[in-house]
Design a protein around this ligand. Structure first.
Ligand SMILES: Cc1cc2nc3c(=O)[nH]c(=O)nc-3n(C[C@H](O)[C@H](O)[C@H](O)COP(=O)(O)OP(=O)(O)OC[C@H]3O[C@@H](n4cnc5c(N)ncnc54)[C@H](O)[C@@H]3O)c2cc1C
Length: 393
């Protein structure tokens, strides 16, 4: 593709100069001029109101996707137990499908897992595609990818959502590659574009400094992963759904791997996404001893202790208690942030909390922008006072 300028039409408005990410256009003698740096990316074309930026590229045609229908959720299970992220995704899927006037389906893969279909229906699935086979008992990448690929090719979903869990992070990119579509990982918000009816997938980008919204116009299904604790499960007890069995023929040879043993970690990682109350600390807490005080407060109100990446890096709390972009996402009823500045990477993990109380000695700390109640002061005085009052009350 080549880009050139019709100097008769150009009025030197500089829109193209601003639009070019490569500084490949400048104004010379009142007209736009393309420099050698131009990569023909086309960013300038849409901004030119005079139609002076010209190209020999043919506009990309959006294929007809009218036979790709439905919002699908991969129902992740281990040992016959559903991961709650799948139920949360079904909640979001109901909203998306409602906007699109389409139906919600869950994909259930495993061995002897049929009984889980009722739960999926009670959380909003209109259909459950059930693939049962002894070779699907424990998660194996190739086995699950093969079945997912078959299901997508046969039933053509519009949208496919998966949890950003250990399994989801392994499976989603494999499936997206197999079916030839893009994948937006770790979305924090999903919605439908009211004009084009396509999925808008929002996620942190550039180290969490901006929220980017990504859309896929040119291929189906539109695929996204979402971390546990970000979306809301939505029970629909009266829902009637049906189970569609998918016949699986997998051979050990094509799978290529065997599960010899499953070694469970002795210490179960804490699941903060279920916590109703969280007392979180940051650098302002000062040391591990400071976190003992937060622990006391959390114990009194039946909550969990968590913290920022700084608190983890300092070794004051274990890594599985980190909240944020590279930690856990939580949505408690109450989040008490102590000595936390409120960096965007931290807020990404706690912004769905119902109520936030922030304690910080700096009145300009960004955490106050997301707090329902802000207390400007020293946490080393305020937290013991809270404990004292709770004990006396
Ligand atoms: C790619 C990337 C991913 C990241 N992921 C995460 C993540 O998942 N989670 C995360 O948390 N961070 C993450 N970070 C780090 C993030 O940018 C911040 O550096 C971090 O959140 C800051 O932690 P903090 O609030 O504890 O410390 P600081 O920013 O240093 O803030 C400490 C606060 O404590 C206050 N304070 C100090 N003493 C007291 C006192 N006695 N009483 C009351 N207030 C006091 C200060 O006024 C200050 O506001 C990430 C960064 C990057 C680049």
């Amino acid at each position: 593709m080549t880009v050139w300028i019709d100097t008769e039409l150009c009025n030197g408005c500089k829109r193209c100069v601003k639009a070019c990410p490569y500084e490949g256009v400048e104004i010379r003698d009142g007209k736009a001029y393309i420099l050698e740096r131009c990569t023909s990316c086309g960013a300038c074309l849409e901004t030119c109101k005079q139609m002076a930026m010209q190209t020999d590229a043919k506009p990309r045609v959006i294929p007809d996707f009218s036979d790709w229908e439905g919002v699908w959720v991969f129902a992740e299970q281990r040992g016959g137990e559903l991961n709650t992220v799948s139920l949360e995704l079904l909640g979001k899927a109901q909203e998306l499908a409602g906007t699109l006037n389409q139906e919600v389906s869950a994909l259930l893969l495993g061995s002897k897992v049929a009984k889980l279909a009722n739960t999926l229906i009670a959380y909003g699935a209109d259909h459950v595609y059930l693939a049962e086979n002894a070779n699907l008992k424990d998660y194996r990448t190739i086995a699950y990818t093969n079945v997912m690929e078959e299901l997508v090719a046969k039933y053509k979903p519009n949208i496919l959502l998966m949890g950003a869990t250990h399994i989801g992070r392994d499976l989603a990119p494999r499936v997206s590659r197999r079916v030839g579509v893009g994948l937006t990982a770790d979305c924090t918000e999903l919605s439908i574009d009211p004009e084009e009816g396509i999925l808008l997938q929002t996620r942190p980008a550039f180290g969490g400094n901006v929220m980017a919204t990504i859309a896929n116009r040119y291929s189906r299904p539109q695929m996204a992963t979402v971390r546990p604790g970000v979306m809301e499960a939505l029970k629909k007890p009266e829902n009637k759904g049906n189970v569609i069995r998918h016949k699986v023929s997998l051979t050990q040879k094509e799978i290529g791997t065997k599960v010899l043993d499953i070694v469970r970690e002795a210490k179960k990682a804490v699941n903060l996404s279920e916590a109703k109350l969280i007392v979180a600390g940051g650098r302002g807490v000062g040391d591990a001893k400071g976190f003992k005080v937060l622990q006391k407060l959390a114990g009194l109100v039946g909550g969990e202790v968590a913290g920022t990446r700084v608190a983890v890096e300092e070794g004051w709390i274990p890594a599985d208690r980190q909240i944020g972009q590279t930690g856990q996402s939580v949505k408690p009823e109450l989040y008490i942030a102590c000595g936390i500045s409120g960096a965007i990477q931290h807020r990404a993990g706690m912004m769905n909390s119902r109520y936030v109380i922030a304690i910080n000695k700096d009145p300009r700390a960004p955490i106050f922008q997301v707090a329902d109640w802000g207390i400007v002061g020293d946490l080393h005085k305020l937290v013991p006072e809270m404990i004292k009052q709770l004990k006396s009350g």
